[in-house]
Design a protein around this ligand. Sequence first.
Ligand SMILES: [Zn+2]
Length: 299
Amino acid sequence: MPKTPISPISPISPISSRLKTPPTITPFFKLPNIGVYRFKGLGTPPELIVSSTGGVLNKNDTTAIQTYEAALDVVKYYNSSFNRDSYDNKHSDVRIVIGYEDAPGRPLNNAYWNSDDKTLYFGDGDGKLFSPLGTARDVVAHEFGHAVIGSEVKLTYTGESGGIHESVADIFATGVDHNLQIGEDVFTPGIKGDAIRDLNNLTFKTVELLKASEYRDEPHATGEVLSQAAVLASRSLNDSKGEGGLDKIRNIWYTAISDNLKNHSGFAGFRQATESAALKMYGPEARQSIDDAFKAVGI
Ligand SMILES: [Zn+2]
């Protein structure tokens, strides 16, 4: 059953409220406000269903409640992993619209970050290709990742730079549910074991395969080459959590996009940005792992 109302956002334990003297330790992170709205048609303002400050306004909308819970996990994940305060690192509200339709009565089988109105949009899916997309933590983490990347660097959403956007969003998303599948909980609800993308089983594993295909400029396809490099590099980096170095890869990738990457960078620029981040964070062996991985995929 959904929790009603949503627990207060202050991370101070309830016990502290019974203390006469206020606790001297101040919380290091106060979560940004999250609001989940339901789409009501084009030209009509969406209806607020759940928010951090107002709780649940319609307990029958379980999709909205599950989306709120997923978004809460995602915001906490980006903070605990990367010390990031909301998508822009400026504590901005996280605004989410669910139930989006691309035509009246036709539920969207997709999700996206709109950088113009700073809103995450999730379709409820048609029930065959997708169930409600916002309920999947890795899908929310992927779209939130686009928002993070977009607030750090201006990457054209096409070809190689579009691929950086897609791949980095996927790599970030793998950390929220600790597996290499993206969207497995909402993709084809009638079929078990599949996913939107499986980073263990990519189609475009090298630049050569990509160039030979008709998808050579499509960001999801170009991104697969980078994701293949990330997975290869993660395998040669040791990691205490048994994740094959993916924790390190995510940290390196995050530093690369937030400190090193230049606007409109392509694959070569991304390689440079990740290699210098790896050297600084984990030393020459880590840099070498990344270098080998990029070579192996033809970058
Ligand atoms: Zn994407």
